[in-house]
Design a protein around this ligand. Structure first.
Ligand code: KG4
Ligand code: ZN
Length: 353
């Protein structure tokens, strides 16, 4: 991190929408002075996924130390803060409430503006951080543990949902497949690592909705296909564990199928919207096979591809720097602002092609 805290205006950003407690200090010109992320992976490991109640309790314990660490790393005091930003949607209700309560308290105590941030808009905004020019308009794609959403992004705060998953999110499918294969949580990095030693052609996997002509996704059938290939079809002879010789090949076959679908839907969205820029963020955007295949597609079609930098793919508070855009537009939140845990759902099955 660049440590150049001067007289310029500083923003304290807080993120607690899922299982990362995070705080950052970002200067008005977008320079990230500090970004602290306390992950809770060790608490959720034995459950193979995020347990909301455990996540909320861990946020309560960590939020103040994380904020203090972010201020210290930026070499800044609270008197230098011009505003406090916090993620209020979408996410786990208990987790979001912890961040919002901390942010409101700071805003009230210091008499500075409170700015609320939409987590998926922030994931897309992260793709442009550190760039001199704007990334908008673009096709925005947020691929994480909770989302597999395509957006028509006209500006930082005008992102219209144009496609998404009808069942599991892509990251959730990575996490569940890891569980089936006996690999540790979080599943994405474990599956990626196992796949390196695997042959993606040994097991044939479905590519759900690949040629539907619509911008919708479905990962539950792919996940079930992995389960059956790993342990056999349901019945008395079904195995309870995946034989070790199948793990790497199944991880590779699953990853190849999921990545094929993700990349093809990006291509379709670009074609439908006639945009030349694609911005991809969220935890799954850290996947190397996905990054490689996106890059190949973008090169072939001469698309300007912006994938979020690695450290900004998974949840962090630095991407809440989008709050500077909201402040500039006068979008200051009231101190009785509330959280909005759910994402507006669309029925993509009825979408016209
Ligand atoms: O954006 P994120 O940190 O949190 C949510 O908003 O959900 O994304 C976490 C998700 C998890 O499902 C995790 O398994 C997945 O991103 N993930 C990956 C990789 N790194 C994280 N998936 C595939 N490959 C990776 N390298
Ligand atoms: Zn996220």
């Amino acid at each position: 991190m660049v440590n150049t805290a001067g007289p310029s205006r500083l923003l304290l950003a807080i993120e607690s929408s899922c299982d990362e407690t995070a705080a950052a200090v970002v200067r008005e010109d977008g320079c990230v002075l500090s970004s602290i992320v306390a992950s809770q992976h060790e608490f959720h490991l034995e459950w193979g996924g995020v347990v909301p109640e455990i996540a909320s309790r861990a946020h309560v314990q960590r939020i103040l130390p994380v904020i203090q660490a972010a201020l210290k790393a930026a070499d800044c005091t609270t008197s230098q803060l011009a505003a406090v930003a916090v993620t209020t949607e979408p996410g786990l209700v208990g987790s979001l409430l912890v961040g919002l309560t901390a942010a409101k308290t700071i805003a009230m105590g210091l008499g500075i503006p409170l700015v609320t941030v939409n987590h998926v808009e922030a994931h897309i905004y992260a793709c442009g951080m550190g760039r001199p020019d704007s990334i908008y308009p673009c096709v925005g794609f947020v691929v994480s543990g909770g989302h597999t959403n395509l957006y028509d992004c006209r500006s930082a705060s005008e992102c219209q949902l144009i496609g998404g998953t009808t069942d599991d999110a892509a990251g959730e499918a990575f996490d569940k497949v890891a569980r089936i294969l006996g690999l540790p949580y979080p599943g994405g990095p474990s599956v990626q690592k196992a796949a390196l030693a695997g042959d993606p052609r040994r097991f044939k996997m479905p590519r759900p909705l690949l040629h539907s002509g619509r911008l919708d996704f479905s990962f539950s059938g792919l996940k079930t296909a992995v389960l059956y290939a790993a342990r056999g079809v349901p019945g008395p002879a079904q195995l309870t564990e995946t034989p070790p010789d199948r793990v790497a090949d199944l991880a590779a076959a699953f990853q190849a199928a999921a990545v094929d679908v993700l990349v093809e839907k990006c291509r379709l969205a670009l074609q439908q919207l006639q945009y030349r820029r694609l911005c991809v963020g969220g935890g799954v955007a850290a996947n190397q096979a996905f990054r490689n295949q996106l890059t190949a597609m973008a090169t072939r079609l001469k698309i300007d591809l912006q994938i979020a930098p690695m450290e900004l793919c998974t949840d962090n508070a630095a991407m809440a720097a989008i709050a500077w855009e909201h402040l500039a537009a006068g979008r200051i939140a009231s101190l009785d602002a509330d959280v909005l845990p759910g994402l507006v759902r669309h029925d993509f099955r009825n979408q016209k092609t």
